[in-house]
Design a protein around this ligand. Structure first.
Ligand SMILES: [Zn+2]
Length: 266
């Protein structure tokens, strides 16, 4: 009998979680990952910045299987106000540049999964070469789910896709540099807003250049932006994330879907 008690005591000491089966598990605070895609291809991807529709679908299946909630940048603002990370993990889907596959391939898949996404436009290229046209941008941006939610949000990826920080030395002084930044932030925003409902409030840095730079953040602020997406490769794990330095993970041609889980600790 003494032996049984001893075994029990040792088990409790070794496995402190075992005897608390009657208490509900506290809901774990999750992390948020921002995924960055570029062009989606119907066949095999042919370079680093392409991803096949087949692999995009695998990514979506991965999110679904692991109960990763797909949210938007505006949801981040609500999380900040609440002061608490949501229970379970979340993802924000983003697409850069403006390939016409967004309309032909990405949009139908997003609708199938009922996922939200943010699309960052390289404004000068819209309607040129293989880029999406303004009519298609408009159609996507006005698409509405029940309750009046617009799941497809358009942000700016600048006007000319310039290096916003590395090109600083091309300008004679700060005033001239700020005029350049105001054009890239302000003019791109103004043009996009001619075609979409609502305001452009999210900016994605071309080449990820200039993350955390104070001139760039000031330019974003004075031109009415609330968020800057960088290319800093990490997950968000605190509710008061700096909105002008939002990290993102590039999903490239050969990225495995379960790499998403590595950043979330799955
Ligand atoms: Zn880009």
């Amino acid at each position: 009998m003494k032996g049984i008690y001893l075994t029990l005591i040792i088990s409790i000491l070794l496995f402190p979680g075992c005897y608390r089966y009657d208490e509900p598990e506290p809901a774990d605070e999750g992390k948020i990952i921002v995924l960055m895609y570029h062009r989606i291809t119907s066949g095999e991807a042919t370079n680093l910045y392409e991803r096949s529709i087949e692999n995009l679908k695998k990514d979506f299946e991965y999110l679904k299987k692991h109960n990763i909630n797909v949210i938007s940048f505006n949801d981040l603002a609500e999380i900040k106000v609440s002061g608490k990370m949501p229970a379970g993990n979340s993802a924000i889907l983003t697409f850069d540049d403006g390939d016409n596959s967004w309309f032909s391939l990405v949009q139908p898949l997003l609708k199938e999964y009922r996922y939200k996404a943010t699309f960052f436009l390289w404004v000068y290229m819209i309607g040129r070469n293989s880029f999406i046209g303004w009519d298609d941008v408009q159609q996507m941006s006005y698409y509405t789910l029940e309750g009046g939610v617009h799941p497809f949000i358009f942000g700016s990826h600048s006007f000319s896709h310039a290096y916003l920080n590395a090109d600083r030395s091309k300008f004679q002084d700060l005033n001239e540099y700020n005029r350049f930044l105001d054009y890239e932030f302000g003019e791109s925003k103004r043009i996009i807003e001619e075609h979409i409902p609502g305001k452009v409030e999210v900016f994605a840095l071309p080449f990820g250049d200039g993350a955390g730079d104070e001139n760039i953040i000031s330019a974003a602020e004075r031109n009415g932006y609330k968020f800057i997406r960088t290319s800093i490769q990490t997950a968000i794990d605190i509710p008061d994330q700096d909105f002008f330095q939002i990290p993102a993970i590039p999903v490239l041609d050969n990225t495995q879907s379960d790499a998403i889980g590595n950043y979330l600790g799955i």
